[in-house]
Design a protein around this ligand. Structure first.
Ligand SMILES: Nc1ccn([C@H]2C[C@H](O)[C@@H](COP(=O)(O)OP(=O)(O)OP(=O)(O)O)O2)c(=O)n1
Length: 138
């Protein structure tokens, strides 16, 4: 059953196997859309039979848990310089992973709620600009 669903996922996205040639499964330095992440996450859950667990509430709790893991990285460090100049590559990789977990659960949560998070975020940026207009310093 799972193998069949995986084959179907590969048929829907023929470049899936090709992408796996890269060390992390993807070429670096290309734009990634929220829609693409949503689709990949939906496939990830479907082929594992995990749709039943991906309810809005469960995903929200998972998201909050990952925000906690992200916070632990910065906990007790004091202020951290932009660009993380003194961090090891292992520490940066850990940060990438925790940021990704937060993003992935957020994107999945929006998807199972039937929302278009990318469009919603653009709309919110416009609202933010109206609420906080640029004030001239001249
Ligand atoms: N039911 C699940 C479980 C996991 N994931 C995905 C989304 C996250 O990107 C990642 C989270 O996996 P873990 O729960 O294993 O958490 P960590 O990767 O943070 O591992 P750990 O808590 O051991 O550091 O896997 C998912 O979509 N649905």
């Amino acid at each position: 059953m799972h193998a069949r669903l995986l084959d179907e996922a590969k048929n829907k996205e023929p470049c899936l196997e090709k992408k796996m040639e890269y060390s992390n499964g993807f070429p670096r330095k290309r734009d990634v859309s929220l829609q693409e992440l949503s689709k990949r996450l939906a496939e990830f859950a479907e082929v594992r039979g995990w749709d039943q667990y991906h309810s809005p509430r469960n995903l929200l709790l998972a998201l909050v848990g990952e925000v906690g893991e992200l916070s632990e990285i910065f906990q007790w460090k004091g202020e951290v310089a932009k660009g993380l100049p003194n961090w090891s590559s292992d520490d940066k990789e850990h940060l990438e992973e925790e940021l990704s977990d937060v993003l992935l659960y957020l994107v999945r949560l929006a998807d199972v709620c039937g929302l278009d998070l990318g469009q919603a975020a653009l709309t919110k940026i416009v609202k933010n600009a109206q609420k906080y207009p640029v004030t001239s310093t001249n």
